[in-house]
Design a protein around this ligand. Structure first.
Ligand code: FE2
Length: 329
């Protein structure tokens, strides 16, 4: 467990970057992909002045050490602690490769990362945020792996997007009980693949039968598409489906039961950045950072979580116009 200090009288700012996913050759080519990612992150750093950067997975391309090294060196240059979780692409080459990637990142002095218990994957760890010796919140980062088998009701076994395994939910419970015991009032969970509750939460919050593809970011922020009782706590868009393990892994029940985690942030679906609330827990898709892999126009930037002294958390997307860096490659 790490501890970061919050400055009294100033909110603690967390900047989440999602799915940057550039390969080493994209950095070497010095083209639009690189310029948009660098320009976007620089702009976000100036606007947000974060105390911590989190990356909600799909950091680079599978096993492409050059890509990780470029991104790690670039992020480390800001002198701000940065903490990744791994996405399905990061994990694609297996545990030995991700261990090497983690070691590469940890060679950079500002990378704050722990592999955590080996049986849980790589990168299950906690960052406490402390003000004058007292925990005011915490960031729990968890590995959602790559893919896992799923047996359909018809008995067919399919490879599906992975999930948090039961041992990880037990680990989460232990971490949260320890935080609760010291009076820590809130926490944030960062994952790559959304937990299963995302699907039901958004389906519940949206007006039945609404065509999400037709709702703009501005309309969504004004409440278009959301049921009235969810409009005040929901915004963002869903431009693609939910790439989630088909069965409930039980994460939301654990979150709700323990009462600590008020915000969950996930990546993975680059064209979704919707946010809603279920039973007092905000479930958020992070805004994608850059144009690595696939992307949707107008959906570039990062997500900011602001933590107050009393543990209250606010979340907003910080959009960055990528057009100044377009056409350079
Ligand atoms: Fe992903």
């Amino acid at each position: 467990m790490f501890t970061l200090k919050k400055t009294p009288g100033r909110d603690f700012q967390i900047l989440n970057l999602s799915d940057p996913q550039l390969e080493g050759k994209d950095w070497k080519a010095d083209g639009a992909k690189r310029h948009i990612l660098e320009g976007t992150v620089r702009t976000l750093m100036e606007r947000v002045r974060p105390d911590l950067i989190t990356i909600s997975g799909d950091v680079a391309a599978p096993g492409d050490f050059d890509g990780y090294e470029y991104l790690a060196a670039f992020l480390d240059g800001f002198g701000v602690p940065w903490s990744p979780v791994w996405g399905n692409h990061d994990n694609e080459k297996g545990p030995e490769t991700i261990r090497q990637v983690a070691e590469l990142c940890m060679r950079h002095p500002h990378c704050l990362y722990e592999s955590g218990p080996e049986a849980l994957g790589d990168g299950n760890y906690v960052i406490r945020i402390e003000e004058e010796g007292k925990a005011v919140s915490a960031v729990v980062l968890m590995d959602t792996h790559d893919r896992m088998p799923y047996v359909t009701p018809e008995g067919e076994t399919r490879r599906e997007w992975a999930k948090l395994i039961p041992e990880q939910i037990a680990w989460y419970r232990e971490q949260i009980l320890a935080l609760n015991a010291e009076g820590c009032p809130s926490s944030i969970l960062v994952v790559h693949i959304p937990i299963n509750a995302y699907r039901a939460a958004f389906e519940e919050a949206l007006v039945p039968g609404v065509d999400c593809s037709k709702i703009s970011i501005e309309e969504s922020a004004r409440g278009v598409g959301w049921k009235p009782e969810y409009a005040a706590v929901s915004f963002g868009v869903l431009r693609e489906g939910f790439s989630i393990y088909p069965e409930d892994e039980g994460a939301f029940d654990a979150i709700r039961g323990l009462g600590s985690t008020k915000y969950v942030i996930a990546g993975h679906n680059h064209m979704n950045n919707a946010v809603t609330r279920r039973d007092g827990v905000t479930l958020a898709y992070g805004l994608k950072t850059g144009i690595g892999s696939y992307w949707a126009p107008g959906m570039n930037g990062g997500t900011v979580l602001t933590v107050s002294s009393d543990g209250a958390i606010r979340l907003r997307h910080e959009y960055v116009d990528s057009s100044p860096w377009n056409g350079e490659g």
